[in-house]
Design a protein around this ligand. Structure first.
Ligand code: EPU
Length: 356
């Protein structure tokens, strides 16, 4: 139940496959602490877990409201030319990539860039997963939860979820664990909405067409973009069923512009005046610098330490290289990476992965 493959035990493990079963659970009587997991793909168990691990198997995907696929037959308030959103309700226990696969097959746009991210739908709404220029908050309409404290159902409009980079109100320490996501309503679309501005995604997508005359936006489908994204991810990231990991281990740090200029000046001194440090300018004048680049500059790419290692094709990912790494080995590597990035760049890295 944890993709890092840490060989740890929980005192109690419970799975439920319906909302009715969830309500029947006597939360006040469970061994504490209570940890609700999704695919266990963003967790590092640092040892045996003394409480109860809960897991949802609420598995359904249902189109709630579709105003027909032909825009002219839709009596919405929107213009006749625009397609209304297709609202899709998805159970928290659905594997997120199964949802992406379903959407691609239905010809629905919105989650194709999020293909092949490990984890489940409930956790995606907590973590605000993101990749290739899309975050799940961009397509979430409403998050439905069970409030284990008040023992009632509650719903949060996307605007109430406090979404930020890999962040939401559900991660706030004051409410962490209180709300159990039961299902999420997504707003997808039948209208082509390709988002190809991230890195070299556009080139990768267009190079996929065999005939050049096909290379216009009309020929794009969510299924094609999904296929390209899966290929990119498979080339760069470890296959979870083969090498244990929790995806990106660190968040990408955001630094003030002055600090970024210092980092780039030092890099130009080292690699020549044409050298450019990869970065993304944020609207508030801050700069996001890929942690992968900094970790690589510190010489960590592909390095091993006991059973743990830094993935050679994407150093943002720490892996259980031998399959029997101890949590301490991963944590030791994490500490040393943080220390060296701090020493070289003066930037503090923060783990994205939850340490349990
Ligand atoms: N880079 C290097 N060396 C490398 C790899 C990358 O210098 O070996 C630099 C390159 O400049 C590259 C940049 O890092 O352009 C960004 O790399 P990438 O596109 O792989 O994205 P990332 O910032 O490292 C984030 C997410 C990933 C997501 C990718 C793609 C975080 C913490 N990670 O990684 O999410 O797949 O973007 O959108 O934001 C995950 O969360 O588990 C995850 C894999």
């Amino acid at each position: 139940m944890n993709t890092f493959g840490m060989k740890v035990k929980a005192r109690c493990f419970m799975e439920y496959d319906s909302v009715a079963d969830l309500v029947d659970i006597e939360f006040s009587e469970l061994a504490r602490p209570v940890l609700h997991i999704g695919g266990g793909s963003n967790l590092l168990f640092t040892g045996d877990f003394k409480g109860t691990v809960l897991h949802s198997k609420i598995n359904f995907i249902e189109i709630l409201d579709e105003c027909h696929s032909e825009p002219s037959s839709c009596h919405s308030e929107r213009s006749e030319e625009s397609f209304p959103p297709v609202l899709v309700s998805v159970g928290a226990g659905v594997v997120f990539d199964d949802f992406c696969d379903w959407a691609a097959k239905e010809g629905l746009w919105g989650v194709e860039n999020l293909s092949y991210i490990p984890g489940e739908v409930g956790a995606s709404a907590v973590q605000n997963i993101g990749a290739y220029g899309v975050e799940v908050k961009d397509v979430i309409r409403t998050v439905y939860c069970y409030d284990t404290l008040e023992e009632e159902f509650v719903k949060f409009d996307v605007s109430e979820c406090g979404y930020g980079y890999r962040d939401s109100i559900f991660k706030n320490p004051e409410v962490k664990g209180r709300y159990v996501v039961t299902h999420v309503v997504f707003a997808l679309s039948r209208e082509a909405q390709p988002k190809l501005d991230y890195g070299h995604l556009k080139d990768a997508v267009y190079s996929h067409f065999e005939r050049k005359d096909n290379s216009d936006e009309n020929a794009l489908t969510p299924a094609l973009i999904r296929k390209v994204i899966i290929k990119i991810r498979q080339e760069k990231l470890p296959e979870p069923s083969v090498v244990g990991s929790a995806g990106s281990f660190f968040k990408n740090p955001v630094v003030p512009m002055e600090q970024f200029i210092k980092i780039e000046t030092a890099a130009k001194e080292e690699f020549g005046s044409d050298y450019k440090v990869p970065h993304y300018d944020l609207p508030d004048g801050m700069v996001k610098v890929p942690a992968a680049w900094m970790i690589e500059q510190c010489g960590w790419k592909g390095r091993r330490s006991g059973g743990a290692a830094v993935w050679d094709k994407q150093p943002l990912v720490l892996v259980n290289f031998t399959g029997d790494a101890y949590p301490e080995e991963i944590i030791g590597l994490e500490r040393r990476i943080i220390e060296s990035v701090k020493n070289k760049f003066g930037v503090g890295l923060h783990p994205e992965v939850d340490h349990i």
